[in-house]
Design a protein around this ligand. Structure first.
Ligand SMILES: [Zn+2]
Length: 168
């Protein structure tokens, strides 16, 4: 007497368990993403990659070394134009490779309806390999670019300035 018996709602319990499981999976995924991001900076290897290497035969390890050497060599090469993904709607004015980077001179439309200054720029973006991708890095200003790139871009830059001056 006096003890309350709660009826067990099985569906709710199942749903709750599913919720907990999903929460757990989400937390695990977040942790993995965080670890991968932090690991990149410290050159830490994914434990699955290490396990994979440890499972290799000597013959397979030689193949691993060949893949590694080729991949390292690719880091020294600038990307081709087809390798990179330009900023959306970006208009490419010129591009030139230097060392391991591909420098692009781009105009960026901002997309605002009443913008009088569109497209904006020119911006100088250096594309460089970063893992599987080519990371775009915006260069602060023209004078900071490597000399061969400045020389390649200078005539286009001058023509653009002339055109802008003619419009005002
Ligand atoms: Zn604009």
């Amino acid at each position: 007497m006096g003890m309350r018996v709660e009826p067990v709602d099985e569906l709710t319990e199942t749903q709750q368990r599913a919720r907990l499981l999903l929460d757990d999976i989400e937390r695990q995924r977040e942790r993995q993403v965080r670890e991968r991001r932090e690991g990149r900076k410290q050159a830490k290897l994914d434990p699955r990659l290490v396990a994979g290497i440890k499972a290799c035969t000597p013959k397979q390890l030689k193949e691993v070394m060949r893949v590694v050497r080729n991949n390292l060599r690719d880091y020294k090469r600038p990307p081709e134009l087809r390798d990179i993904r330009l900023f959306r709607n970006s208009k490419l004015l010129a591009h030139a490779p230097y060392k391991n980077k591909l420098y692009c001179m781009e105009l960026h439309p901002c997309g605002k309806a009443n913008c009088q200054k569109c497209p904006h720029g020119p911006y100088y973006i250096a594309y460089q390999r970063d893992g599987r991708y080519y990371r775009p890095k915006s260069e602060p200003n023209f004078s900071k670019l490597p000399k061969p790139i400045r020389e390649a871009f200078e005539p286009i830059r001058a023509a653009l300035k002339k055109k802008a001056a003619g419009q005002t």
